[in-house]
Design a protein around this ligand. Structure first.
Ligand code: SAM
Length: 222
């Protein structure tokens, strides 16, 4: 029997209009949609009147869940993998599943369906050099956090990383500690959403801006 294909489908990072025609066609055509939070994905599917069975997959899913997914693919079912926001596999649990499935199913066809990604959206409006950039995911919470910011400080290229609302103020203080005052910074908050806010400053003048702590953040450093 021909194996099913695994489609890696990018979905909006906030604004539900940000989805490609090909992503919608793929979500309509597959047998199942693998998702992180079924409520988030259902909201998207409902908006486009797509009725599809979802299977939840997240960072705490166990080996049984992976086995179930492998069986579906081996039985010829086509699956779409989505995550809560943006491109699956970019700093989210999609990565683990893709790695596992690619390794365990020989000649599995994994098809990218590209679209939004918060890091790329922030880079695209930064105006900072992007011919070379360094994506660093999330700063670690505890140990190695200082090492992370030292690495940002010593990077030779534009740096982009993610941060949560409840750590953004702490993160900005840490950046001031390690970076040079003249370095430029862009903070993208709630991109594409109702309360989208773009803060542009330098590390030295950052004290002049009051960053709203609620929401999701991308930080770009020149
Ligand atoms: N795979 C996703 C992507 O392609 O962007 C990223 C997943 S990561 C688990 C989620 C983080 O991305 C959030 O904590 C936040 O830092 C960032 N993010 C997602 N949506 C965002 C948005 N609309 N505005 C700003 N940052 C966002």
């Amino acid at each position: 029997m021909e194996k099913g294909k695994l489609y890696i489908v990018a979905t909006p990072i906030g604004n539900l209009d940000d989805i490609t025609l090909r992503a919608l066609a793929t979500l309509k055509s597959v047998d199942f949609v693998l998702c992180e939070d079924t409520r988030v994905t259902k909201n998207l599917l409902d908006r486009y009147e797509i009725v599809k069975q979802t299977i939840s997959y997240h960072q705490h899913s166990d080996a049984r869940k992976t086995k179930e997914i492998i069986e579906l693919l081996e039985n010829g079912k086509n699956l779409a993998l989505v995550t809560d926001a943006g491109t699956p596999g970019i700093s989210d649990p999609g990565n683990l599943l893709i790695s596992d499935l690619g390794f365990r199913i020989s000649d599995l066809v994994i098809v990218p369906i590209p679209g939004p990604c918060a890091a790329i959206a922030a880079l695209s409006i930064s105006g900072f050099p992007t011919d070379k950039y360094f994506f660093m995911g999330f700063p670690p919470h505890k140990n190695k956090r200082e090492k992370f910011f030292k690495e940002v400080a010593s990077a030779e290229y534009t740096v982009v990383f993610y941060e949560s609302g409840h750590r953004i103020t702490k993160c900005l203080t840490e950046l001031q500690k390690f970076l040079k005052p003249e370095q430029k910074i862009l903070i993208g908050r709630e991109l594409t959403k109702k309360f989208e806010t773009i803060y542009r400053s330098t590390i030295g003048r950052m004290g002049d801006i009051k960053v709203e702590e609620r929401g999701e953040f991308v930080v770009v450093i020149s």
